[in-house]
Design a protein around this ligand. Structure first.
Ligand SMILES: NC(=O)c1ccc[n+]([C@@H]2O[C@H](COP(=O)([O-])OP(=O)(O)OC[C@H]3O[C@@H](n4cnc5c(N)ncnc54)[C@H](OP(=O)(O)O)[C@@H]3O)[C@@H](O)[C@H]2O)c1
Length: 263
């Protein structure tokens, strides 16, 4: 299999790094096309992949074409690589670019659209993806193994779920970063040295999410297990409920979803 990336920036590089470290493909079977000479130089030096500045030339022998440019550069790229060859599959990770936009722009039916999130950069991402009806099972399996190199992947049968995923797992890291930041500040507020507050907050979030994953218990059950009657935790939870923590989060995700639908 030969893969061509159009765009060798943060995500393109992360994908190349993860595919190579998992030995899913040899460097010689990867081509990265990027307008930036700096990026091309770095990618060929660091990873031994082929690099080109001409998008049309770069897709010539590719089985899988991965679009990893910013949304504002997509129209130009689609114009350049319009009408790929019939055996090629195009996989786009461009935020907000719908299957129909891609199909129209490329004049091509075989399209996969994926929504990775930021932790994909370190192989800890959540990637939600879907495909046009024309994409075959074998092609989906290839996409699955490529996307799986970035973290957990889940296929959804319907593009509407991608807009929902944008609001939950796509924007989600920002919610979590805000939560971590606030928890650290809270620790500092009650007198913990910042470095200790940071360690406590981060490990508490990692440990608690692993607890949900590994026990399979409902989060509400785990929460009640850590909440002793008349204890400290219930005092804190009371304040969170008073501040509408839960409904605020619902409203925040719903607002992101509305925005994603109208992009
Ligand atoms: N970063 C994330 O965590 C993340 C998460 C989910 C989805 N995404 C999606 O992934 C896509 C790529 O994001 P990114 O963060 O990797 O962006 P990026 O770092 O800006 O990478 C894009 C690369 O493409 C190059 N480029 C621009 N126009 C081009 C063209 N016409 N042909 C070939 N290469 C071109 C850019 O060069 P110049 O810089 O010189 O323009 C840059 O090196 C975006 O659409 C974004 O929505 C990113």
């Amino acid at each position: 299999m030969r893969i061509t990336f159009i765009g060798g920036g943060t995500m393109g590089e992360a994908m190349v790094r993860r595919l190579l470290s998992r030995k899913l493909i040899a460097p010689g079977d990867i081509t990265v096309s990027d307008v930036s000479q700096l990026r091309r130089g770095l990618l060929s030096r660091e990873y031994g992949v082929n690099t080109l500045a001409d998008n049309r030339e770069a897709i010539k022998d590719a089985d899988l074409i991965i679009l990893a440019v910013k949304p504002q550069d997509l129209a130009q790229v689609m114009g350049e690589i319009k009408n790929p060859a019939p055996q090629q599959v195009v996989l786009s990770i461009v935020a907000g670019a719908s299957l129909s936009t891609l199909q129209r722009g490329l004049n091509y039916p075989y399209i996969i659209r994926a929504m990775p999130n930021m932790p994909a950069q370190i192989g800890e991402g959540m990637i939600v993806w879907t495909a046009t009806a024309e994409v075959g099972q074998k092609q989906k399996e290839i996409a699955q193994s490529v996307l799986g190199a970035l973290g957990e992947e889940i296929y959804v049968d319907g593009e509407k779920y991608l807009d929902m995923a944008t609001a939950l797992s796509g924007s989600g890291p920002a919610y979590v970063f805000l939560f971590v930041e606030a928890l650290i500040d809270a620790g500092v507020h009650i007198g913990l040295p910042r470095s200790i507050a940071e360690k406590l907050a981060i490990q508490t979030i990692i440990g608690s999410t692993h607890m949900v994953q590994k026990t399979g218990k409902h989060p509400a059950e785990l929460r009640s297990m850590v909440t002793s009657p008349g204890g400290t935790t219930t005092e804190a939870l009371l304040q969170l409920e008073k501040g509408n923590f839960r409904s605020l989060l619902l409203e925040a995700v719903a607002a992101a979803y509305n925005k994603a639908k109208h992009l």
